[in-house]
Unconditional design. Structure first.
Length: 485
């Protein structure tokens, strides 16, 4: 997870909120021809809306995808044709026979003038079910587990894959499991995303509030204008910065990079406003409690802004800024106010570029952070480049490289230190909603910070032994995710 510093860091974008099983595209079907006996002009007693010549609605993509052997067009038409009511059928037949029968039918119509119309209307209403309020709800779930082997063989097994986000343990482990729920109305929406496992416990908690680490997102939305022209989100939501996100299968690689985990915020609490100015240009603004605080640690607020430019499906460019005070304004021990803490600002500049060309995709992300604190200033920066190629429908390959500058030790805990990571991932899709990834990753540091073996015994309980440290670690990870979104 992102390591917890004096001001805890936190995940980039998308929220997208979601949740149902991903539909397969349905094959377009030509409109079936109406049966010959259904072309008769409708009588006044049999309105056009109830005739069999009306085309039946096409099945939804998910239904079409589940149908193994679709019936021929003629059979599909016959099965979907709305049958006329008994009264309407008898009247139609009488009109086409002899005069005596026609006269008898006319007498029946005179005594029951509304019968055919009523029955036909009922038939039409029965074919169109009224929407239910539950139709606006969506739900999705996933489980993400992995096996990791660190060639430094650090002890103990848990937490010694240093500087990692959700794969900090060796051996078998559960990264996390998730449940996403959402309600999407015409003008209002609500989103709740819950997470369980070792991932949230690695640093998702904040402000010592019991259980809050399980809440990844919880916010309400008001669509002030339709079609995404103006929306307001209020609550706790994912960050808008960075190229990678918390859900592993939505990135190029299984493990999250150092830039995501060490340099950027995960989430925010406050107000988010988004507007799609044109079909190519969007803007998002935030007024929040800074970097990952349910309860703020000072009276100041952080202001964020991001511009997104997407001239086509191939290219996207996102430029963002976040600025605000991140230091405690009250001394935790004495309760005294820390002078100037609300004016010592942290500044984040973030740039993301994406390219998608058929089977190839690329993502670039760069960040620079300058942090002014009551005790001095600190800064850190980094860049990441990842690429993926979908060689076959069931197999792909991806790679990522990063370099991080940490002169003041904010990310690694060691001053005058630089970090580098390199990752190669094989991606397998053996079945719908199943993602398997086999990954090799190397991490390097200009200072020895990666533990190897176990710490030597110590005779002083107040001075535990320190394990041998190296300037590198290499891990092999097999991750499996089953997901409905």
């Amino acid at each position: 997870m992102k390591r917890q510093h004096p001001i805890w860091l936190v995940v980039p974008s998308v929220v997208a909120l979601t949740a149902a099983l991903p539909p397969r595209p349905a094959m377009a079907q030509p409109s079936p021809e109406a049966p010959a006996d259904a072309t008769t002009e409708p009588t006044p007693e049999q309105p056009e809306a109830a005739t069999a010549s009306e085309p039946t609605p096409s099945p939804s993509p998910s239904v079409a995808a589940e149908t193994a052997d679709p019936p021929p067009a003629a059979e599909a038409t016959a099965s979907a044709t709305i049958e006329p009511t008994d009264t309407g059928a008898e009247t139609s037949a009488s009109v086409t026979t002899d005069d005596e029968t026609s006269a008898e039918a006319s007498a029946d119509e005179a005594t029951e003038p509304d019968a055919a119309v009523t029955d036909s209307t009922d038939t039409e209403d029965a074919g169109e079910a009224e929407p239910k309020w539950t139709d606006n709800f969506s739900i999705g779930a996933f489980a993400d587990a992995y096996f990791s082997l660190n060639t430094n063989f650090p002890r103990p097994q848990g937490g010694n894959n240093v500087l990692r986000a959700f794969d900090g343990a060796n051996g078998f482990s559960l990264a996390w499991a998730g449940l996403n729920t959402a309600y999407e109305g015409e003008r209002a929406a609500a989103t709740i995303d819950l997470r369980f496992g070792t991932g949230p416990n690695a640093g998702w908690a904040d402000d010592s509030i019991p259980g809050i680490q399980h809440v990844k997102q919880a916010f309400g939305t008001w669509h002030a204008l339709p079609d995404g022209k103006l929306s307001f989100d209020f609550g706790r939501f994912d960050t808008i910065y960075g190229a990678e996100v918390a859900e592993s299968w939505q990135n190029h690689n299984y493990t999250r990079g150092g830039l995501y985990n060490l340099a950027q915020p995960f989430w925010h609490t406050g107000l988010r406003v988004s507007s799609q100015l044109t079909d190519k240009l969007g803007i998002t603004g935030m007024l929040v409690n800074g970097w990952g605080h349910i309860v703020d640690n000072n009276t100041a607020k952080s202001l964020g802004l991001q511009l997104g430019f997407t001239p086509s499906d191939v290219f996207g460019l996102y430029v963002g800024y976040l600025g605000g005070a991140e230091s405690d304004d009250v001394d935790a021990e004495t309760g005294a106010e820390i002078e100037g803490a609300n004016w010592d600002l942290r500044h984040l500049a973030d740039v993301v570029m994406t390219v998608n060309v058929k089977k190839f995709s690329l993502a670039f992300n760069a960040d620079y952070i300058f942090d002014d604190t009551p005790t001095g200033t600190q800064q850190w920066a980094g860049a990441m480049l990842s690429a993926g190629y979908q060689a076959l429908p069931w197999m792909g390959i991806a790679a990522r490289g990063e370099y991080l500058f940490d002169p003041d030790g904010f990310m690694s805990g060691v001053e005058s230190n630089n970090l580098a990571t390199g990752t190669l991932t094989l991606d397998f899709l053996p079945a719908d909603m199943v993602t398997l990834r086999l990954e090799g990753r190397g991490d390097g540091s200009t200072t020895a910070i990666f533990p190897t073996g176990s710490a030597p015994p110590s005779t002083d309980p107040d001075m535990p032994g320190t394990p041998d440290l190296r300037q590198y670690q290499f891990t092999v990870t097999l991750g499996m995710v089953v997901h409905s979104f």
